[in-house]
Design a protein around this ligand. Structure first.
Ligand code: ADP
Ligand code: MG
Length: 235
């Protein structure tokens, strides 16, 4: 029980009502363990982004229970949920959402700078995160002077600034070529392994499945029963 990061039971989410209702996530049961790189695969429209939003606390489920590090997040008020995200969750977006007028290290350190931390101290923390993603030598560059893969690694470093225990990422490699995507997956794997963080990745890119410790397939809002022989589905 202790090593469960996320436990979902009977989780459903429907957008809209009546004739136009879309049942995006249907009765999902799922356990994700601490320290693993967990992949959610599935075609476009199968409910992956919705499921990730439920896990990361940016969306409420309609029914079911979602426990993250022992907190039943489906019971939290919007304010408590915001606090939960700030404390526990790091988001890596497909569109990197970097601030073009800030240097790489400033982008990473932005939350600390906003909090009023001294520049020197914020720099030290940011530099440590940049080292994790192999960008330590590029701290003074602006995003426009970084390649797509470097920008994605910068976005990963930024997601780690508050030491989140849960890192979630929606299609992290979909804008990248295979070689760059491979580098990104190696970085994410390191992050999951070395720090006992839990990393959950949603993707429809079959090329990166091999990097996951475990994987589930989604189809039409449901998690498909896992295949017993693929070696990925049991820890
Ligand atoms: P995926 O990430 O696998 O492509 P999504 O979770 O984005 O799947 O979407 C699942 C289903 O829910 C799709 O049919 C999509 O059109 C629908 N959907 C997603 N977001 C919304 C929304 N905000 N309002 C209405 N329907 C939505
Ligand atoms: Mg999606």
């Amino acid at each position: 029980m202790n090593n469960i990061a996320c436990r979902l039971r009977g989780v459903s989410k429907t957008y809209g009502t009546g004739e136009t209702a879309v049942h995006a996530v249907k009765q999902v049961d799922l356990d994700i363990y601490q320290g693993e790189l967990f992949m959610i695969m599935g075609p476009s429209g199968s409910g992956k982004t919705t499921l990730l939003s439920l896990l990361g606390g940016t969306l409420y489920c309609d029914s079911g229970t979602i426990d993250v590090f022992g907190t039943p997040i489906h019971t939290l008020s919007p304010e408590q949920l915001t606090e939960f995200r700030r404390t526990y969750v790091g988001f890596i977006f497909q569109q990197f959402h970097l601030v073009p007028t800030l240097t790489a290290w400033e982008n990473v350190a932005l939350p600390l700078l906003i909090q009023g931390k001294k520049r020197q101290d914020a720099y030290a923390v940011a530099q440590q995160k940049l080292e994790l993603v192999n960008l330590a030598h590029m701290g003074e560059r602006f995003p426009r002077n970084l390649s797509g893969g470097e920008q994605q690694r910068l976005a990963i470093a930024r997601a780690l600034i508050h030491e989140p225990r849960l890192v979630i990422s929606d299609e992290p490699t979909s804008n990248l070529d295979l070689e760059t995507g491979t580098k990104i997956m190696n970085v994410l794997k390191t992050i999951a392994k070395d720090t006992s963080r839990t990393v959950v990745i949603v993707t429809h890119d079959p090329r990166i499945v091999q990097y996951g410790d475990r994987m589930v397939q989604m189809s039409d809002g449901r998690i498909l029963p896992s295949l017993a022989s693929d070696g990925l589905e049991k820890k």
